[in-house]
Design a binder for this molecule. Sequence first.
Ligand code: SF4
Ligand code: SF4
Length: 92
Amino acid sequence: MHRGLDPVNAAAHKTEEEAVAKVPDEAHYMERCICGGCPTYPGEGGFFCAKGKSTLPIERRGCVCGDCPNFQEFELKDGYYCADGRAGEGPE
Ligand code: SF4
Ligand code: SF4
């Protein structure tokens, strides 16, 4: 099991005010995504923390990202990546 941050993300982690750690857009991490079981899930797509926000309108009914191993491993904070964009970019 992959543990810890790669050098790029580790560097980003140190300057957390400028950029929080991002989730690598890799199959290994995508497989962990639990968006499909979320009450807010828009019906298609997923892995929004790495892929970016959905093209569909989002009604916020709760976000289960906090239960996802990626959220914990990469110390994500916000959730609602389907609405706000990928982790590390923040709301637009
Ligand atoms: S943190 Fe959220 S968007 Fe990212 S993989 Fe997990 S459930 Fe999906
Ligand atoms: S990013 Fe969060 S709110 Fe959006 S579908 Fe995934 S778990 Fe639900």
